[in-house]
Design a binder for this molecule. Structure first.
Ligand code: IVH
Length: 676
């Protein structure tokens, strides 16, 4: 068989399996017998093994999850379901603990007790109980909104339908993990790639009777919304869960100190294979719930918890080539094209080499044999080179000094914070002047977390660019759809769909808009913070005219780097043109303030001096949580100057001159109905 024929055969099989998957997951319906399905799956995998050029996103060797079914109603979580930040090393843990100690303004030797819980790799669910009755169960969804999977959850024996215990709160969301035991997974037919997929697929069945067929388990570990729960420690909460009739993880522990955490980590990692459920790490949570409350959240993960991930899977392969990718911020990223290998069930053919320094440090060359590691969702990377296998005439890799796309010089910037030269080399052109950077910027603009224009994927951006249909983001909203209709691969209906999805996104939230602009150092979380603070796109545009931009430094999380980057962005005429054009075309919604009725509503504050038992970050976050605003200068706009130990005298004098109320920490705490 020739190349074309093999590829065609392969694609036909992929299409076929996709059809069965869709039917199975969306309609809980099987079009073929289990045996036929397994045979087809095996045929695809065999083909891939034999012909390394075969590769497809939808291949059973790649699929790790299925898109949410349309079968379920979406319901908002009363308290969002957060995710966890990851730690991979002892250093990450030290930093995690340091940040907590700083935030809480404790001494360096402050002992933190952790609730230590194995991280089961399943599907999280939130169970809503009212007056002891299990009334509704939701999947995590995007964290804000989940799917109503009550009926399916009701089939799980580990989930009590009624709890009569006296100390069970009147209202509470019990959260935990739905999973399938490895021994039960083995008994299932080959339809799922791993136990996690089996649990997810089963939970998403339209028909709860189908869910019932797969023995799902539930382990509880946290809560969302609760009313009047009288618990002070996470470990006590876990104990309560047990007495209320929930299963909890038998390996849960209470530990103090990083040394103990590490001992437990290595111990559990050794036991990992012998457990009857998959764990991908350990979750450490500050045990004291009052401290958890003080620490709060950064963006969509709590400050008070972290997931310590287990080490990755790795394989050996050969480096076939080194290619340079150019990102939307101009960063030149070297990527090793490797001979495809299976690492932990996923076929890997690319491994990032991070940056120029990494190649030099590890002396990585084309033709080398390398150890490639893949950890969780992280992009595969090269851990080491087997120098014994290096061919005699191999040459050192020379990193390009000119941008391979536009020919501009490449530069390594000096980082003001770290006081070091960046490891990353960048194209020195300004944004839209470089073709590759422009394409990446537009890909980012239409991407899921930015404008989320359905059907406008990366390939389409590249294609439209080649055809000169787009050069700048605003071109997306002025496309010639008649012309597109005549292009290869497009038809009346698909163009209509595209037009519809583009038009439907003309109405956009302010935070998505900021994020979509692709300003360096302004990721999703920073975009959220800025939008919450500035409230409207007009205020954002006004940043160009006044020195208001410097005031962004008052936002917890925004610093000099981000501000410098925004200034740089505004200094470019094309960026300004893009911004002005977009504002004309789009309807950008002002950001909604979630809770704007706190005790400090409409009041402005400034802090000077050291507060007792509280870091500056915590003080800021406390003011913001209670709807107050922080400003950075003593001016007529300031309502209160809060003074701590060793305040700046000049600030007090100016405040007195302007008759601004001066508060000490106790007086400020009284405003918040608290004692310090
Ligand atoms: S606590 C805000 N505890 O890990 C805290 N999560 O990346 C978030 N998970 O979606 C949840 N075991 O599916 C927590 N003992 C445990 C957990 C656990 C597994 C999962 C859960 C969550 C993900 C966070």
């Amino acid at each position: 068989m020739n190349f074309e024929k093999i590829k065609k055969l392969y694609l036909t099989k992929i299409k076929e399996i996709e059809k069965y998957n869709k039917k199975y997951y969306d309609e809980s319906n099987s079009l073929i017998s289990d045996q036929e399905y397994d045979k087809l799956k095996l045929e695809i995998i065999e083909l891939e093994k034999k012909y390394s050029f075969l590769d497809h996103q939808k291949s059973p060797s790649k699929i790790v999850g299925f898109k949410p079914s349309k079968n379920f109603l979406k319901v908002k979580h009363q308290v969002p379901m957060l995710s966890l930040s990851n730690a991979f090393s002892e250093n990450d843990l030290i930093n995690f603990q340091k940040k907590i100690i700083n935030f809480l303004d404790k001494k360096n030797d402050f002992k933190i007790e952790y609730s230590v819980e194995p991280k089961i790799d399943g599907i999280s669910a939130s169970l809503i109980y009212r007056n002891g009755q299990f009334v509704k169960g939701l999947s995590r969804g995007d964290g804000k909104e989940g799917e109503d999977i009550t009926e399916n959850l009701k089939t799980i024996k580990d989930i009590p339908s009624f709890i009569s215990a006296k100390n069970f709160p009147k209202e509470i969301d019990i959260r935990g993990e739905v999973f399938i035991k490895n021994s039960d997974f083995k008994k299932l037919s080959n339809k799922f790639a791993n136990p996690r997929n089996a649990a997810s697929g089963s939970l998403r069945q339209k028909n709860p009777n189908e869910t019932k067929k797969i023995p799902l388990k539930f382990i509880a570990y946290t809560f969302g919304y609760e009313k009047n729960m009288q618990v002070k420690f996470q470990s006590d909460f876990l104990e309560n869960l047990n007495t209320w009739g929930f299963k909890i993880n038998p390996f849960n522990k209470k530990l103090t100190g990083i040394k103990k955490l590490l001992e437990n980590y290595y111990d559990l990692e050794k036991k990992r294979d012998k457990l009857d459920f998959d764990i991908d790490g350990i979750v450490y949570k500050i045990n004291d719930l009052d401290l958890q409350k003080r620490l709060g959240n950064v963006a969509n993960a709590p400050r008070w918890a972290i997931a310590h991930k287990f080490t990755a899977n790795s394989s050996v392969s050969k480096i076939l080539n080194i290619e340079i990718q150019i990102g939307r911020t101009g960063a030149l990223t070297p990527v090793a094209k490797i001979k495809p290998v299976n690492i932990g069930g996923v076929i890997v053919s690319n491994a990032t080499l991070h940056n120029e320094d990494e190649i030099v440090r590890k002396d990585i060359r084309v033709g080398d044999t390398a150890l490639i590691e893949r950890a969780g969702d992280v992009i595969p990377h090269i851990t080491s080179i087997d120098f014994r296998k290096r061919v005699k005439n191999s040459k050192k890799y020379i990193f390009p000094l000119k941008c391979p796309s536009c020919g501009s010089n490449t530069i390594k910037e000096y980082n003001l914070t770290t006081k070091k030269t960046d490891a990353v080399r960048r194209c020195s052109s300004e944004g839209y002047e470089c073709e590759k950077v422009s394409i990446e910027k537009i890909k980012h603009f239409v991407s899921k977390e930015a404008f989320n224009i359905e059907g406008f994927g990366k390939k389409i951006v590249e294609n439209f660019w080649k055809l000169k249909l787009i050069r700048l983001p605003q071109d997306i909203f002025n496309l010639d759809f008649k012309k597109i209709e005549n292009l290869d691969g497009w038809g009346k209906q698909s163009v209509k769909n595209l037009e519809y999805s583009i038009n439907s996104r003309k109405n956009i939230s302010f935070e998505r808009f900021i994020f979509a602009l692709g300003i360096r150092h302004i990721g999703l979380e920073n975009a959220k913070l800025i939008s919450k603070n500035l409230k409207s796109a007009n205020n954002f545009l006004a940043l160009t005219k006044t020195d208001k931009i410097n005031e962004l430094v008052n936002i917890d999380g925004i610093g000099e780097t981000q501000i410098g980057s925004i200034k740089h962005f505004f200094s470019n005429t094309t960026n300004k043109k893009v911004l002005n054009e977009l504002v004309k075309i789009l309807s950008i919604n002002d950001s909604l303030e979630f809770k704007n009725d706190g005790l400090l509503k409409n009041k402005t504050f400034m802090l000077t001096g050291k507060l007792l038992g509280m870091s500056r970050a915590e003080a800021k976050s406390l003011i913001e949580q209670n709807s107050g605003t922080i400003i950075s200068n003593v001016s007529k706009k300031l309502n209160y100057l809060i003074i701590g130990d060793k305040p700046t005298k000049r600030k007090i004098i100016s405040a007195k001159e302007l008759k601004i109320k001066i508060l000490n920490q106790d007086e400020w705490m009284k405003m918040l109905n608290k004692t310090s």
